[in-house]
Write a protein that binds this ligand. Structure first.
Ligand code: HEC
Length: 191
C-alpha cells in the first residue's frame, strides 16, 4: 500500500503525512475492538459459571469389586480406568468446576453411570448383568473404553494391551460363570 503511494502519483501529502496517521487510527480502533471482544468474552465466561453442573457422588449401594471379589491388581485397573464415569465414586478434577468443561464432564459421568454403574451391582436381572459383563469384556478387548480424550488427561487410565486383554479375559470368565436361573416353565416357557 505505502509503496503504491510513494511511486509519485502527485498525492505526496497522503504518502508522507496522512497515511501513517490514518493507519495509526485504524490500528488503535482495531486494538480497542479487540480489547472489547476480550472483555465481552471474559464477561460471558464469568456468566457461565453461574450455571452449575451436577457433580454428585451418591452413596454406593453394592460395589462391583466387592460383589465379584475382584483381585486387588485388577480392581486397581478398573478404578483407574473406569470408575470415574461408571461408578458413584467419581474423582472430580478441578476443571470439572469450570464451565463449560463442567457441563461436558458431568454429562459424560451421568451417561456413563446410566449405561453401566459399578456402584449398583448386579445390574438388573441376572441376564442383564451377564450381558453387561460381556460388553465390558468386549470394550476392553476392542480398546473402545475409556474414551480417547479421557486417556489423554489421565495417564493412569491408559491400560497396556496386556492389561486390557487380561482384565477382559477375567471379566469374560466371570460372565460365563454367572448361572442364569431357568425361565419360569423351563425353556418351553420362552418359546
Ligand atoms: C470419561 C468417561 C468414561 C470412562 C473413563 C469409561 N467410560 Fe465406558 N462409557 C462412557 C459413556 C459416556 C458411555 C455411554 C455412551 C457410549 O456408549 O459411548 C459408556 C459406555 C460403556 C459401555 C456400554 C455399556 C452398555 O451396556 O450400554 C461399556 C461396556 C463401558 N462403557 C465400559 C467401560 C470400561 C470397561 C471402562 C474402563 C476400562 C470405561 N467404560 C471407562 C464413559 C466412560
Amino acid at each position: 500500500m505505502a509503496s503504491q503511494f510513494s511511486k509519485g502519483n502527485g498525492n505526496r501529502l497522503n504518502s508522507i503525512g496522512m497515511m501513517p496517521l490514518t493507519r495509526q487510527l485504524v490500528a488503535s480502533s482495531g486494538d480497542l475492538l479487540r480489547r472489547r471482544n476480550v472483555m465481552v468474552a471474559l464477561a460471558i465466561f464469568a456468566g457461565l459459571q453461574f450455571i452449575p453442573a451436577r457433580r454428585t457422588n451418591p452413596p454406593v449401594s453394592t460395589d462391583f469389586i466387592a460383589a465379584a471379589a475382584v483381585p486387588a491388581a485388577e480392581a486397581r485397573l478398573l478404578r483407574a480406568a473406569c470408575y470415574d464415569c461408571h461408578s458413584q465414586e467419581t474423582r472430580w478434577p478441578w476443571y470439572a468446576r469450570v464451565a463449560p468443561a463442567s457441563w461436558w464432564i458431568a454429562r459424560h459421568v451421568r451417561e456413563g453411570r446410566e449405561h453401566l454403574n459399578f456402584s449398583k451391582w448386579p445390574q438388573g436381572r441376572p441376564w442383564e448383568a451377564k450381558a453387561k459383563l460381556e460388553s465390558i469384556a468386549e470394550a476392553l478387548r476392542n480398546d473402545s473404553m475409556p474414551p480417547g480424550g479421557y486417556k489423554l488427561l489421565h495417564a493412569d487410565a491408559k491400560l497396556t494391551s496386556a492389561q486390557r486383554l487380561r482384565l477382559g479375559a477375567e471379566v469374560q470368565t466371570e460372565a460365563a460363570a454367572l448361572r442364569l436361573p431357568s425361565p419360569p416353565g423351563g425353556l418351553s416357557g420362552i418359546r
